[in-house]
Design a protein around this ligand. Sequence first.
Ligand code: PGA
Length: 264
Amino acid sequence: MNKLYFGSNLKMYKTVADTVAYLRELAQRTADIDRKEVQLFILPSYTALESAAANTDQACIKLGAQNMCWEDQGQFTGEISPVMLEEFGIRFVMIGHSERRHVFGEADTEENKKVRHALKHSFTTLLCIGETAEEKEFGISTEVLRTQLKIGLYGVDVKDAANLWVAYEPVWSIGVNGIPASVDYAESMHYEIKKCLREIFGEAADEIPVLYGGSVNLGNANDLIVQPSVDGLYVGRAAWQAEQFERLIRNAKAAYEEKRKTAD
Ligand code: PGA
């Protein structure tokens, strides 16, 4: 994969004004980075999406929603549908973030309904997967990831693989109490994920970017991005200040280019 992916989920942190200011600064700071080489993306809160879209060139920073419902409309109090996202010019959604699964109790079967519906709308669809600390302890990480992929992507047509992204975010590595995965561990899980995607989609799987997330920071980003099965970095806390995120992206890109040069 020639393009590197860098993105951030803003979770429930920034207000509308904060989000717009952040996006403006990030766009400005990264303006010179070739978007053929780097896909930059940000997922603001629902309430900030309209203003974010009105103030952002999505050719430079792709905007997405942090979740959505599996129906266009109906008796789903508190939910947001793809039709509503499209109204704001949003055609990208994340499904199954660890906090959706573990704080709000979403199951793989629900993620599957959402993934299929997002793809039906031709949204870029980012499915997040990851094992808990307990599952890792039991030595079933690969089985868990395979289950999340096989159920989450059940019934997805191979032609829709082009709109699919996957993020590997081990639950134990996410957030303030998270421990970043070692580079070797992350690479081995990414390898298994890519293998499973190939089983599901055949050659079309080679176009699905697999991103690593969970306590990515300035100290580990370079080592992660140079791994053969890591196509991008999905960053939380270390991305929420534009200046810091810019630095992380530039450093990681340089490390990746250096590695390619030595490999040639
Ligand atoms: P973190 O969050 O980088 O703050 O650990 C990652 C995520 O939830 O995507």
